[in-house]
Ligand binder design. Structure first.
Ligand code: C5P
Length: 422
């Protein structure tokens, strides 16, 4: 029997009623669903309704197993192909991020070795709260898949992100994760097309065009030690890379941002990994793979000291020490030939002259798909604006100077188009 199995964890929010519709759609797609409800979920939906929909008993308590043969929390998590939390409240996200297990749902989530998809739904202020965004970033870093909530009018009368996406969009995302064909005919009010698992985005996701895409961004400078107190650095502020990571997350991507030493706040919904040296950055990039797209914005130091002594180099009566340098690994070029090469690999080029010409040479040398070239002869490094020349094998797309966050959004929309085309 190769029917794919979903363990659906329903937590207590006003959107819990939509979980019944989700079960109906998943079963129509030929998937099996077993449900676990938290205590507060049962305030919104009765276990009886859920049991009728899943055609199975509903699990809720850790210690009420009536028979030896009844299934325990470890088995519940192990027997599924995918664990889905829908709706996922701010509370369960916080517990997951902290590793708390104080009921059946949270114990399953700590015990599972299967992929986990959380579909959050909550009030817009709760969604925007730094604690929730911090927890989401932690969960993304832990490998939990997060489906971006919809924006719009909420049950509480407020407006903004936090609404549960419509059940057909959730069902489609689940099918994509399982590599299971999604038949739109089987959902109401949809055009009759079959979407192969993992391939396309539906109209419901059009405003989140990067939903389901994993995107890696490197940003900032690297610092290369000369001794414990001195280092080689450059003027990169990290602002453009952070703006790109923020734009990618706002368009629904799962973003990992690998940042050199910069003093910038982590954009909402982004999983950030701080590094210091080029070698650290390369290791962090390697760990973040596989991804759909990598955007290498970091100004990685070209060289590092062959040896950095453990003690501070003393200033010694006119004896000037020589810096013996060696080349750093080229992270971008190494990704181009990597077994897990991202589908779209983008490098940046900071140039002070012959910008497009140098970018074309770099495109070939690095083996990436696009080079985003910018003129750093002015105050671009650390400044608020930037102008891009997107150089690809097909030509050059030159964009006028704009604020770094505006141009970042435009770039990520172009990335979304390219990923959608395959
Ligand atoms: O060779 P250059 O430093 O001009 O290349 C710039 C591009 O290559 C940027 O995308 C940068 O992030 C990436 N790079 C890298 N590893 C290096 C040097 C540059 O990933 N060691």
């Amino acid at each position: 029997m190769n029917e794919k199995r979903i363990l659906l964890i329903v937590t207590g929010g006003i959107a819990a009623y939509k979980s019944l519709e989700l079960v109906r759609l998943l079963k129509r797609q030929g998937l099996s669903v077993r449900a676990v409800m938290t205590q507060s979920a049962t305030e919104f939906v009765t276990p009886l309704s859920m049991s009728v929909m899943t055609e199975d008993q509903v699990y809720g308590h850790m210690f009420d197993l009536k028979e030896e043969s009844e299934i325990g929390h470890i088995q519940l998590s192990r027997q599924a192909d995918l664990v889905v939390i829908c709706p996922a409240t701010a509370n369960i996200l916080a517990k997951m991020a902290a590793g708390i297990s104080d009921d059946l749902a949270t114990t399953i989530l700590l015990a599972t070795d299967k992929p986990v998809l959380a579909v959050p739904a909550m009030n817009v202020r709760m969604w925007n709260h730094p604690a929730t965004q911090r927890n989401l970033a932690q969960l993304r870093a832990d490998g939990v898949h997060i489906m971006a909530p919809d924006e719009g009018a909420m049950a509480c009368g407020e407006f903004g992100p936090g609404r549960l996406p419509e059940p057909p969009a959730i069902a489609e995302r689940i099918c994509a994760m399982l590599g299971h064909d999604f038949d739109i005919m089987l959902t109401s009010g949809r055009s009759p097309t079959t979407v192969p698992g993992g391939a396309a985005l539906s109209a419901e996701l059009a405003h989140c065009p990067l939903s389901g895409q994993r995107i890696l961004v490197t940003a900032g400078p690297t610092h290369e030690a000369i001794d414990p107190v001195r280092y080689i650095a450059n003027r990169s502020s990290g602002r453009q890379g952070f703006a790109i990571a923020a734009a990618a997350a706002a368009l629904g991507a799962e973003v990992t941002l690998i940042a050199g030493p910069v003093h910038l706040a982590t954009p909402p919904g982004v999983a950030r990994i701080d590094v210091e040296t080029a070698i650290d950055m390369q290791a962090a990039v390697e760990k973040a793979l596989p991804v759909d797209a990598a955007i290498m914005v970091a100004a990685v130091a070209d060289w590092r000291a062959v040896q950095a002594p453990e003690q501070k180099i003393k200033k010694d009566g006119g004896n000037i020490p020589a810096l013996n340098l060696t080349e750093n690994p080229d992270i971008l070029a190494s990704l181009a030939t990597h077994a897990h090469r991202p589908r779209l690999l983008i490098g940046f080029a900071a140039e002070t002259e012959k910008i497009v010409e140098h970018a074309q040479t770099k495109l070939a040398k690095k083996g990436c798909d696009w080079i985003v070239a910018n003129d750093v002869s002015g105050d671009v490094m650390g400044g608020a604006n930037n102008a891009f020349h997107i150089v690809t094998k097909d030509g050059v797309d030159s964009w006028p100077e704009s604020a770094k966050d505006v141009i970042a959004r435009k770039l990520m929309e172009k990335v979304a188009d390219a990923l959608a085309k395959g």
